[in-house]
Design a protein around this ligand. Structure first.
Ligand code: NAP
Length: 475
């Protein structure tokens, strides 16, 4: 059986204890995965700190070259990488290949960013009495970055940490989700082949809860970057003291569909946004607010298209929706649907379960306080809700404490701009679903959905300090 080891200072290390990694769709055991101890994590952090002393001096050109080589290697190994995603995350192959393409783009943006770190000249003589000084700023790396990542985009969300960190000369200790260690560990091999110095990337696998304190409070850790659930994000933020932190958390993304929308043209996009990767996407479309005048035809078509989705093995190219990440998630979501039904919600299609899967589910007659509406479902469930006025729809979107991306479909320019101004969200997507993301856009939630931004340029800012330098020109 495959043994997945820790990656510390450029070498694989076994641990005394291991855990079994099971495929979400088949339940088969894929690997024995090393369980790092606190002492292992401390060594990884110390090694990363040591490497930082030389890595921070590596010229930008060389750091960019390493990232460009990662891009080249990933292009050559695309199919194999997508198959890792299918086996350990149950991500259907087509979606997996899509994630690898995005990951490649993310590393490419990072390679370009490595060469673009600039500062500004400060007009020192603008201050009264200062005539003989120059002043300028530059961005400097922080040191060791602790990166903690979730299971749902285990290549691309790791890339959003490693890419910007290496672009600016930081070193990283990465703790991937316990369900998706293999996608992270293969990147150790790829970065090694691309020429990354040993110790610049350390990967420790094991329980996030058990390793958390060391990962986020070790004195040599200068920045914590976390993507995952709100509950864990909040716990981390309470611990980190004055360290820099970025938190990319969950949401219950909403879209407004105004009466001017040609519904047949947006249907495939909306259904894909609701059920892609079984809804286990932080900007999965969870709430659809449809103007009352088009609610009936919209819902009918949506239900018809949803019923066509194919549920099956992630390695089968025909599969649209595969297993939930863990059987416990199936039980959780079943109880949420049952709870909503008891309070009057209607399952228009779906709501069928096996031990590992949940059929794509469309709910109507829901109320704002139901869990399937106000919390993050992180499952293939979407609610369709009618409204009468745009003000009412915006108020319904804003009622949520979760606010990553939100969308509006409308042909009326003034309504689009009203929504853009009034919706409380990290991003407002006009004429598309909130599930839209490309990897150079600023990305991050407001309210309880996050703190700070990713998107390479923005992550670079969060992973550096702004240093000011001034020189007096005469004694
Ligand atoms: P999770 O349970 O919060 O786990 C995320 C990571 O945190 C894993 O590596 C996990 O390790 C670790 N962890 C668990 N407990 C911890 C603790 N006490 N301290 C420090 N780390 C800890 O999230 P998930 O189920 O993997 O991912 C789903 C969530 O991520 C959803 O809420 C989703 O919306 C969010 N997400 C947000 C974005 C975004 O960009 N905003 C993107 C993707 C996903 P173990 O696996 O070992 O427990």
């Amino acid at each position: 059986m495959k043994e997945a080891k820790l990656w510390i200072d450029g070498a694989w290390e076994s641990t005394a204890e291991t855990s079994e990694l099971k495929a979400p769709y088949t339940g088969e055991i894929l690997a024995k995965v090393a369980k790092a101890t606190v002492a292992d994590v401390e060594r990884a952090i110390e090694g990363a700190h040591k490497t930082f002393q030389s890595f921070k001096k590596m010229p930008a050109y060389e750091r960019a070259e390493i990232l460009y080589k990662v891009v080249t290697i990933m292009r050559e190994r695309k199919q194999e990488l997508a198959e890792i995603l299918a086996s350990e995350a149950a991500k259907p192959l087509a979606a997996g290949l899509g994630e690898i393409d995005r990951t490649i783009a993310t590393y490419q943006f990072a390679a370009e960013a490595a060469k673009q770190s600039t500062g500004e000249t400060i007009p020192m003589d603008a201050a009264p009495g200062v005539t003989d000084r120059i002043g300028y700023t530059k961005r400097v790396p922080l040191g060791v970055v602790s990166a903690i990542t979730p299971f749902n985009f285990p290549f691309n969300l790791v890339a959003h940490k490693l890419g910007p960190a290496f672009a600016v000369g930081n070193t990283v200790v990465l703790k991937p989700a316990s369900q998706t260690p293999l996608s992270a560990l293969v990147m150790a091999e790829i970065f090694k082949d691309a020429g990354l110095p040993d110790g610049a990337l350390q990967i420790v696998t094991g329980s996030g809860g058990e390793l958390s304190d060391t990962l986020v409070t070790h004195p040599l850790v200068k920045k914590v970057t976390f993507t995952g659930s709100g509950a864990v994000g909040l716990k981390i933020k309470e611990k980190i003291g004055l360290r820099k932190i970025t938190l990319e958390l969950g949401s219950n993304a909403a879209v407004i569909v105004e009466p001017s929308t040609p519904i047949e043209k947006i249907m495939a996009r909306c259904v894909g946004g609701a059920f892609g990767f079984a809804g286990q996407v932080c900007i999965s479309l969870q709430r659809i607010y449809v103007h009352a005048s088009i609610y009936e035809p919209f819902t009918k078509l949506f239900v018809e298209e949803t019923a066509k989705l194919v549920i099956g093995n992630p390695l089968d190219e025909k599969t649209d929706v595969s297993a939930m990440i863990h059987p416990d998630e199936v039980s959780r979501i079943k109880s949420w649907i049952d709870d909503a039904k008891r309070q009057g919600a209607i399952v228009a299609t779906g709501g069928e379960f096996t031990d590992r899967t949940c059929t794509p589910t469309v709910m109507t007659n829901v109320k704002p306080h139901m869990k399937v509406v106000c919390e993050e479902t992180f499952a293939p469930i979407v609610s369709i809700v009618p409204y009468d006025t745009l003000d009412e729809a915006i108020a319904l979107v804003n009622e949520s404490e979760l606010a990553l991306n939100a969308g509006i479909y409308t042909n009326v320019l003034t309504d689009a701009m009203k929504a853009a101004e009034e919706i409380e969200a990290g991003a407002v997507i006009i004429n598309d679903i909130p599930t839209f993301r490309v990897d150079n856009m600023p990305y991050g939630g407001v309210k309880m959905s996050g703190y700070g931004k990713e998107g390479i340029k923005y992550a670079v800012e969060e992973m550096t300090d702004l240093k000011f330098i001034t020189m007096k020109l005469n004694y």
